[in-house]
Design a protein around this ligand. Structure first.
Ligand SMILES: Cc1cc2nc3c(=O)[nH]c(=O)nc-3n(C[C@H](O)[C@H](O)[C@H](O)COP(=O)(O)O)c2cc1C
Length: 205
């Protein structure tokens, strides 16, 4: 099968991206937001479970309430859009037919669904949530990189009261909130990157 040409844009976006905590008032158009979410949704996940779910928050009053539930971090109220990225493995388990590939032969689909039912059935709700959160972390990475590629800044956040965020956004109680992500046109450059040198994190054998 012919491969698309190698594009440096993912590399560029990875090297350019920084957390942005101040935004201009420029709105994020619906089609840009949709393109971003569609790219995020292409993230890979174990057994293609795709346990990530997203709430898009643009209403100023809701953003303000969210900011109060997020340690009063100003980028929550100050960004034109805030995304709440959460994991709902109970929804996945209830709809396994949606995630098993339709191109598989019927017997193979049935066997895959039975195997997933056994695997997830042997876990507690909390264990399933932790398993799913690892998958949603991949989607978070896609989201941050693709936003950068679209010229948008992001501020991923874990500093929030999960119970308050769930209540404010009507997220199911069993779901785990992976991150809030402020999104918009940057009004600051962000901090210069500070990362481990490769020889601190990579071993060659
Ligand atoms: C999952 C996650 C949670 C984070 N939580 C917060 C947060 O609550 N508040 C904040 O200001 N930054 C938060 N950050 C941003 C990190 O501090 C930042 O990514 C890191 O210092 C590297 O800087 P950079 O993103 O500019 O490259 C978070 C980042 C990630 C990936």
């Amino acid at each position: 099968m012919p491969q698309p040409p190698v594009s440096p844009s993912a590399l560029d976006a990875a090297l350019r991206r920084r957390s942005i905590r101040r935004y201009t008032s420029a709105p994020v158009p619906d089609d840009t937001l949709t393109a971003l979410l569609a790219a995020m949704a292409r993230a890979p996940s174990a057994s293609n479970t795709q346990p990530w779910r997203v709430v898009v928050v643009r209403d100023p009053a809701r953003k303000q309430a969210l900011q109060e539930a997020a340690d009063n971090q100003p980028q929550v109220g100050g960004a034109p859009v805030v995304l709440a990225l959460y994991t709902d493995m109970e929804d996945v388990v209830a709809h396994l037919d949606e995630v098993v590939h339709p191109d598989l032969a019927p017997e193979r689909r049935a066997a895959t669904m039975a195997s997933l039912t056994r695997t997830f059935g042997a876990m507690t709700v909390a264990e399933r949530a932790a398993w799913g959160q690892a998958q949603t972390g991949i989607a978070l990475g896609y989201l941050l990189l693709c936003a950068e590629a679209l010229g948008l800044g992001t501020s991923p956040m874990l500093g929030f009261d999960a119970a308050r965020v769930r209540a404010l956004l009507e997220i199911p109680a069993h779901a785990s909130v992976n991150a809030l992500v402020a999104l918009g046109v940057p009004a600051e450059p962000g901090f210069r990157p500070h990362r481990h040198p490769l020889n601190r994190i990579v071993s060659w054998r």
